[in-house]
Structure formats: structure tokens, C-alpha cells
Ligand binder design. Structure first.
Ligand code: GLU
Length: 419
């Protein structure tokens, strides 16, 4: 088996492709291929058993050319600097493709959150925040949830930052609980955005959404909301998966019930339904379906399995689920992909609304949030679609990159290089 390349190597390859196509000046390519700032910290935590454990934490600002850095913080045992660098760069393109006045950043702590108690997670979060307090802020870099972090962690970040600077600063972080300046609709936003993309793509391809089958890899925040929304719109969700494995029913799964189950039990393990066949996480990707939504991790669709895929379209809920090698194989097979930087931009778009509400001390209704979200997502989809049509023989990914990289490169060019 060939070893998948690192996420940052893949990210650089994607940037190179876009820059070559656009004819971006080499100086600007060089600048954009390096993160502007990398902060790496040790996080000592006194565990419940009295011992001190030291965790590694990172915050990477890839670019603030178009605005303050923006991007989540993930807690996972696979987090390393390379991954965070890739994710930060992807955030730059993501914010640019949906035209938010924000740059790209990302953070992460290498840890296994399933092995930590709530008290330990709180201490870890607060110490990490305090270690990066100089490099975050509403006008500097605004963290948000990512894998294994959510409203509670964001609340601790907001509180720790506020204690540090001596005043309450809701705009330092997004994805907070509503009670302390969170936005309505943030939880569902990424999955809803993915669903808008599926619906739009079906419309353009003249496919009746109600006659489609969908497979979702990953049933966390993104995958479960995408499955729930698409199910409500009449698509048939035939398989979903999470770390406990794949759940398959060709007649369609009871998504409402599964959604409720994970709200209670976090994962689908022991989900009781006799009509459901358990399959592996690898098998789920190879099922025949109209739309495959990888909404788990990076590097899931690789040169090894791309040839075996039997879906018609891929809509990327996760960041970086498809490697550049797999991209080529799928392009030649005629499987079209709505890329991560567009497909999962609903989360950061709603984060942007939250930040705007916090800075202006205003509150938006859920209707307003969802309406604006849909508008921004559909606008971006349309721009990418038109770019792809105009250029002929390019993928949606390249089309999205051309728009995003062009916007960032222009910003860099106008601002120039200091001093
Ligand atoms: N972590 C999410 C992402 O990868 C959201 C980032 C944000 O809301 O700032 O897009």
C-alpha cells in the first residue's frame, strides 16, 4: 500500500496547481505556501489522578491578507503541526471562496478527548487559551469549534481570554453557547451548507433530489446535520458511519432516530435497528449511490480506493478527505466533487455572522441566519459553477481554488510586502 502524503503536502500541491493555472507571480506563491505564524505550546495539565501530563498545542495563522485569521481548534490524537498547517491554509481558501472578510487559521491539541474527564478538558482548554492569548483576539485571529470541540470549550476560551484582558470579549471566539453571544443556527450550519450544495448540484444536473440515494461517512456534527437535512428534503440516506462502523439499509435509514440516538449516546455504537446491516468504514465509501458525503477525516479517498468508488458525485463535508492522486482518478472516472473549501464553508460563514453580531452587539433571528447562509453559499456555488463551465475540462475543486487563490493573491498584491 502506498502511504498517503501528509495533509500539508497535499495542500501545497493544490495551491501549486491553482497558481500555475492562474499564472500567479512566484513571489506571491512563495509567500502563500508558508504560514505567516506558527505557535507551538506545551500544555501541562494536572490530571484527576494528581499526575501532570503535558500536551502539545498549536495555533497556525496561514494568512491575514483579507482579514483576521479564522478557524477551528481540534482535539484529536492525530493532531500534529503538519495537519494544523494544512487546515489553516484550507481556511484561507474557504473564507475567500465564500468571500468573507477573514483570513485562515487553525489550532489543535494532540490528545485523546475520550480519555479525558470534563474537568481535564476544561483545564487543558484554559491553559491552551492562556498560552496563545497574545495571538488571538477579535481583530487578530478568532478560533471556533472543530473536531471534538464544541460550545462548552468555546465558552471556556471566551472566559479565559476575557479574564486575561480584564473585560468580556465575546468576539474572540465563535461557536459559543447562545447565552454568551453564540449565534442561532451555528450548530447546524456546516451540515446545512453541505445539504445546500447537494441540492444545488442536483438541480443543475436536473436530478430529482427525492429520487437520490446518499451515503454519509461520519456522523458527527457535520455528517449528522447533513443527513438530517437531506432526509427531510426527501433524499434517501442509505448508509452512515462513525468510529463504531458503518450502518447500511438499501431501503433507507431512519435518520431521525439515528440523529436522536447520537444526541444521547454521542456515537452510533449499539444503535438498535434490525433492518440495519453493519458494514466497515472502508465498505461504506464503495457503496453505489448518487451522492457520497465524506464528513469524517482527511485522506479517506486515496489512490487505493478511488478506483472502486461507485457514487456519481462527492460533496466534501470534511476538510481534505480526498488526496490529489485520488482527485485525478475520480476526474478521469467522471465523478464530480464539490470540494471541501466550498462544501463545508457553511460553518465558518455562520461563525462570521456570530462575530458580526458580537462586534455590533446585535442579535439575529434563526430565519435571518439561515437566509443569509443560504444566500452566501448559493452565490459561491454559482460562481464556482460558472468558473468551471467557462474554463472547460477543469474540476470543481480547481474552479473553487482559482476563485479563492485569485482573491487572496490580489489582496497580497495590493497590500504589498512590508516594509
Ligand atoms: N472548524 C470549522 C471549519 O473547518 C469552522 C471554522 C470556523 O467556524 O471558524 O471550517
Amino acid at each position: 500500500m502506498t502511504k498517503a502524503k501528509s495533509p500539508f503536502t497535499n495542500a501545497l500541491e493544490q495551491l501549486r496547481l491553482a497558481c500555475d493555472y492562474l499564472g500567479v507571480e512566484e513571489n506571491i506563491y512563495n509567500f502563500l505556501s508558508n504560514p505567516q505564524q506558527i505557535v507551538s505550546v506545551s500544555i501541562p495539565v494536572r490530571m484527576d489522578n494528581g499526575k501532570i501530563e503535558v500536551f502539545e498545542g498549536y495555533r497556525v495563522l496561514h494568512s491575514n491578507a483579507r482579514g483576521p485569521g479564522k478557524g477551528g481548534i481540534r482535539y484529536d490524537s492525530k493532531v500534529d503541526m503538519d495537519e494544523v498547517m494544512a487546515l489553516a491554509m484550507w481556511m484561507t481558501w474557504k473564507c475567500a471562496v465564500v468571500n468573507l472578510p477573514l483570513g485562515g487559521a487553525k489550532g489543535g491539541v494532540t490528545c485523546d478527548p475520550t480519555k479525558l474527564s470534563p474537568r481535564e478538558v476544561e483545564k487543558l482548554t484554559r491553559r491552551f487559551t492562556s498560552s496563545i492569548i497574545e495571538v488571538i483576539g477579535p481583530q487578530i485571529d478568532i478560533p471556533a469549534p472543530d473536531m471534538n470541540t464544541g460550545p462548552q470549550e468555546m465558552a471556556w476560551i471566551m472566559d479565559t481570554y476575557s479574564m486575561g484582558v480584564g473585560k468580556t470579549v465575546p468576539g474572540v471566539v465563535t461557536g459559543k453557547p447562545i447565552e454568551i453571544g453564540g449565534s442561532l443556527g451555528r450548530n447546524s450550519a456546516t451540515g446545512m451548507g453541505v445539504s445546500f450544495m447537494v441540492r444545488e448540484l442536483a438541480k443543475r444536473k436536473k436530478i430529482d433530489l427525492k429520487k437520490t440515494t446518499v451515503v454519509v461517512q461520519g456522523f458527527g456534527n457535520v455528517g449528522s446535520w447533513a443527513a438530517k437535512t437531506l432526509n427531510e428534503w426527501g433524499a434517501k440516506i442509505i448508509a452512515v458511519s462513525d468510529i463504531s462502523g458503518g450502518y447500511y439499509n438499501p431501503e433507507g435509514l431512519n435518520i431521525e432516530k439515528m440523529f436522536e440516538y447520537v444526541q444521547k449516546h454521542r456515537i452510533l455504537e449499539n444503535y438498535p435497528d434490525k433492518k440495519v446491516k453493519k458494514i466497515s468504514n472502508a465498505e461504506i465509501l464503495e457503496l453505489e449511490c448518487d451522492f457520497l458525503i465524506p464528513a469524517a477525516l482527511e485522506n479517506q479517498i486515496t489512490a487505493e480506493n478511488a478506483g472502486k468508488l461507485k457514487c456519481k458525485f462527492i460533496v466534501e463535508g470534511a476538510n481534505g478527505p480526498t488526496t490529489p492522486e485520488a482527485d485525478k482518478i475520480l476526474f478521469n472516472k467522471g465523478i464530480e466533487i464539490i470540494p471541501d473549501i466550498l462544501a463545508n464553508a457553511g460553518g465558518v460563514t455562520c461563525s462570521y455572522f456570530e462575530w458580526v453580531q458580537d462586534l455590533s452587539a446585535l442579535r439575529w433571528s434563526l430565519e435571518q441566519v439561515n437566509e443569509e447562509l443560504e444566500k452566501i453559499m448559493l452565490d459561491a456555488f454559482d460562481q464556482v459553477y460558472v468558473m468551471k463551465e467557462n474554463k472547460k475540462k477543469i474540476s470543481f475543486r480547481l474552479a473553487a481554488y482559482l476563485i479563492a487563490v485569485q482573491r487572496v493573491a490580489k489582496a497580497v498584491e495590493y497590500r504589498g510586502f512590508f516594509p
